[in-house]
Design a binder for this molecule. Structure first.
Ligand code: 9MR
Length: 579
């Protein structure tokens, strides 16, 4: 492992440039930047950070931002330590944004993944075609007897969530939001019609919208039909309390998920899944995810496909009304075969949905709701599937500049961005995330989601410190970390190659491909070390080191739509803002 670590793709000439090294020295160390011809291009002294409990080592920082030359093979040296050769060039990220977005085509359910778009290596037959499914009926693992429902829904399509082949409205919601937000906020020509390798390229519609529509259509299909009464759990149920089901008007709610009755083995190509696929009970959170994204859809497809936009608006309104009628229906069922995505505080989902509906319709009901929400005046934190307040804030900043809700949202956004940017000083690796409680499941997405907030703060204020913090986050993810690891497949000298995935699993079946380029691992996880690989590391790793590139490590090395989406957003933002 090289002693000096930095973004394995290299750095840009005009951007911020930092590298890290581990050293016990309490005094600064001389460093030199050596050009390919052996000449010293720049030199200076490290900044001593000292011991970093997140990294499990004492860290020094080399900052060579002031050097603005370009070249292919620079090397940093400090004492006996060296970096790998690296590039300084405007285009070091290459196709990161496009590849991160291509992940969503690869994850499509219901259609074959065709060689003409992904190459023969990653082509595969369609999985889960014609998913006309009925509701789970019978006893779950917690002993609750679910009555099933009197209908089936055609929920063919959408994206598989992750290494598993479940399709979840909750996690689908934030992932779809992120793609649609990239479309709406970045307005990048890079994804115009015909730019992506997807079947819809050339249909006259922006390709990013086309990819997003594939999931939007799935979310719409998960809505409970009008006139449906259902027996659902109302209110939270503590601990092992018996769950009581009540008769409610469930019209317009959204089922939380469609998934396998039992977990499928590893590997399982999507087309080879023989498990029964089932709809699981509607929840308030899923319903609000539908309301929020359908509201986005209603404004973004207006003028592109008015009929689709109108369908989305009707779905958003009926979902909102359903959530207001049923504000406390949580994912308390305990089912095997698919992920939980349970969330018993949906005040943030209410705030998010109301903010999207306000932005789309301008109606007073949504304005009043937003203003009365505790999230309107609170630190939104970073987005995450159970924490969507930030998404509401990012909707409000899109209101006309002088609208009081926009003014307040900008204030909260800058406040949270300042907090994230300041956290860098607490970490040896200078990243905008000084997690005191260890690293959570999917920690790489905490960073990319924070980077989205920082990017917005830069766009609103023009302060380079926020852009620098975005670069810091991405540098860490692409190799500037104690493991010298790029968490993105195909990008960097040591990049993730063995994700927990049922198809990209060559270490389990040599006939299967590895991950395509541009797929990000969930990354270090020191707080929920539940898989067999993680269990062995438990207690022996500093948070940033609790990771292994192992297909069995589902708590450390899975890939997921809500993790690739913010990677795409951030890479596309940097491309758009750095030229
Ligand atoms: O990302 C989810 C993480 O926040 C949870 O702690 C974890 C355990 O419930 O589940 C993660 O989501 C997984 C989902 O349940 C099933 N598909 C794969 C997801 C990524 O690991």
């Amino acid at each position: 492992m090289p002693g000096i670590r930095l973004n394995q793709l290299g750095v840009t000439p005009t951007g911020q440039k930092r590298a890290m090294l581990a050293s016990d020295s309490t005094t600064p160390i001389e460093w030199q930047l050596i050009a390919a011809d052996g000449s010293v291009a720049a030199s200076g002294q490290t900044t001593v950070h000292g011991p970093d409990p997140l990294a499990g080592e004492p860290v020094h920082i080399i900052d060579f931002t002031r050097f603005t030359g370009t070249g292919k093979a620079y090397v940093l040296k400090a004492g006996a330590l060296e970096s790998r050769p690296f590039a300084i060039a405007p285009d070091v990220r290459g196709n990161l944004a496009e590849d991160a977005l291509a992940f969503f085509y690869h994850q499509r359910a219901g259609v074959p993944i065709e060689a003409r778009y992904v190459g023969t290596k990653w082509a595969r037959p369609a999985g889960h075609t014609k998913e006309v499914v009925h509701c789970f009926k019978g006893r779950d693992l917690r002993g609750t007897d679910w009555p099933g429902c009197g209908y089936t829904l055609d929920v063919t399509g959408g994206w598989y969530d992750a290494g598993d082949q479940g399709k979840y409205v909750v996690n689908g919601g934030i992932s779809l939001w992120t793609l649609l937000d990239a479309y709406e906020h970045l307005k990048s020509p890079a994804f115009a019609d015909g730019r992506l390798k997807i079947p819809e390229a050339g249909n006259g519609v922006n390709d990013l919208l086309d990819e997003a529509r594939y999931e939007m259509a799935f979310l719409l299909s998960m809505q409970v039909p009008a006139g449906t009464r259902a027996r659902l759990p109302v209110g939270p149920f503590a601990g092992d309390a018996k769950i009581v089901l009540s008769d409610v008007d469930a019209s317009g709610m959204a089922h939380l998920k469609v998934g396998d009755r039992n977990w499928t083995g590893l590997p399982t190509r999507p087309a080879d899944d023989r498990e029964e696929r089932l709809l699981y009970p509607p929840t308030t959170s899923a319903t609000l995810n539908l309301a929020a994204t359908a509201a986005q859809c209603a404004r973004l497809w207006k003028g592109v496909d008015d009929a689709f936009a109108a369908r989305c608006l009707a779905a958003a309104r009926s979902a909102w009304a359903a959530a207001r009628r049923n504000p406390q229906i949580y994912a308390v069922g305990d089912f095997t075969g698919s992920g939980g995505y349970g969330d018993s505080d949906v005040s943030d989902e209410f705030y998010w949905a109301a903010a999207e509906l306000l932005l789309t319709t301008g109606e007073p009901e949504f304005r009043d709701f937003v203003r009365a929400s505790p999230h309107f005046t609170a630190d939104p934190g970073e987005p995450g599937w159970p924490r969507t307040a930030a998404l509401g804030t990012l909707a409000l900043v899109k209101l006309p500049e002088t609208a009081p809700e926009a003014v307040q949202a900008r204030k909260m956004l800058v406040q949270v961005a300042d907090r994230f940017a300041a956290e860098r000083e607490q970490t040896g690796y200078h990243i905008p995330y000084a997690s005191a409680g260890g690293y959570p499941w999917g920690s790489t997405s905490t960073l990319t989601n924070r980077a989205i907030m920082l990017a917005y703060a830069y766009d609103i204020t023009g302060k380079t410190r926020y852009r620098g913090a975005v670069v810091d986050a991405l540098d860490y993810l692409l190799g500037r970390n104690p493991l010298d690891q790029s968490y993105v497949s195909g990008f960097g000298a040591r990049s993730m190659a063995h994700p927990h995935h049922r198809f990209w699993a060559p270490s389990l079946d040599p006939k299967l491909p590895g991950p395509p380029p541009g797929v990000i691992s969930g990354g270090p996880n020191s707080t929920a070390m539940s898989d067999p690989v993680a269990e062995k590391l438990k207690g022996n790793c500093a948070p940033m080191r609790c990771w292994s590139d192992d297909v069995r490590a589902y708590a450390l090395n899975e890939v997921a739509i809500n993790w690739n989406a913010p990677l795409f957003w951030v890479a596309a933002w940097l491309d758009a803002r750095e030229g």
